[in-house]
Write a protein that binds this ligand. Structure first.
Ligand code: ADP
Length: 249
């Protein structure tokens, strides 16, 4: 059974993960409720990508427990969409062929439905005019947009995006967030990693990460308010919690 339990789509409990002697996650716990956008925000090296790889089942925790839709992540990969930081596209294939390929992998076998999903995603990422071009002819930002289309073509219940808006111009960033809000209003859950406040401010809920730990968690306005700093911005709140988190260890 893959139904979300108790409203939580993701449960991460006391998870640690090391690469050799580098501790990337240090007993981290997070719960992501259904139908919201949840931002993992932290500086480079904070552990965001490692946490995301655990959530999509690419790696397993060395300590602790991860559940997605109530199951170990590897059991529910068909219900999860994932956009990695590094593109996994086929350079010789066109934009359309790449998105169509991922749609097939994700099990969209009925042609009419698949075409509809592929078209929707290719249009969303603003590449309809370039749909017949090979990936190798596209810029880095465009490739990233194709990756996003590939990750969400099967209309997953959980969408996990590792720094999705890096390299996007402001107009497209706004279009992406409008689409993300539409998805969450339909009950889709979104996990987004970022090191910028531009994305963080759009999220319903945030976890600030530092050195493999959560140093603060809450809605953006709650996080700002809880600093007690008059007129603080989200960025100032982020820095406040990073420094405070650092003081303890
Ligand atoms: P973030 O996504 O927040 O930048 P990462 O999860 O990529 O953080 O990295 C957390 C820590 O783990 C960093 O110290 C990083 O250098 C290390 N790390 C990440 N991936 C690897 C890897 N494949 N091999 C060795 N160390 C890694």
């Amino acid at each position: 059974m893959t139904g979300g339990v108790g409203g939580s789509v993701i449960e991460v409990e006391g998870v640690s993960f090391s690469y050799g002697s580098t501790l990337a996650l240090d007993g981290l716990s997070i719960e992501v409720p259904r139908g919201i956008s949840f931002g993992l925000v932290g500086p480079n090296g904070a552990g965001k990508s490692t946490l995301i790889r655990l959530m999509v089942g690419l790696i397993g925790p060395q300590r602790g427990r991860v559940r997605v839709l109530g199951e170990p992540p590897r059991k529910v990969t068909g219900l999860v969409g994932y956009m990695p930081q590094l593109s996994a596209l086929y350079n010789e294939l066109s934009v359309w062929e790449n998105v169509d390929f991922f749609a097939r992998i994700y099990g969209l076998s009925q042609r009419g439905k698949r075409m509809e999903c592929v078209e929707e995603c290719v249009r969303l990422v603003g590449l309809w005019e370039r749909r017949r071009d090979q990936i190798l002819k596209l810029s880095g930002g465009m490739r990233q947009r194709v990756s996003l289309a590939c990750g969400m073509v099967h209309r997953p219940r959980l969408l996990v995006l590792d720094e999705p808006t890096v390299g996007l111009d402001p107009e497209l960033r706004v279009a992406f967030w409008e689409h993300f809000r539409k998805l969450t209003s339909e009950g889709v859950t979104l996990v987004v990693s970022s090191h910028t406040m531009d994305d963080a401010a759009h999220c319903d809920r945030l976890a600030f990460l530092r050195a493999g730990r959560v140093v603060a968690e809450g809605a953006p306005n709650e996080l700002v308010a809880s600093t007690g700093l008059a007129g603080a911005t989200l960025e100032e709140a982020f820095l406040y919690f990073l420094r405070r988190g650092g003081a303890g260890g």
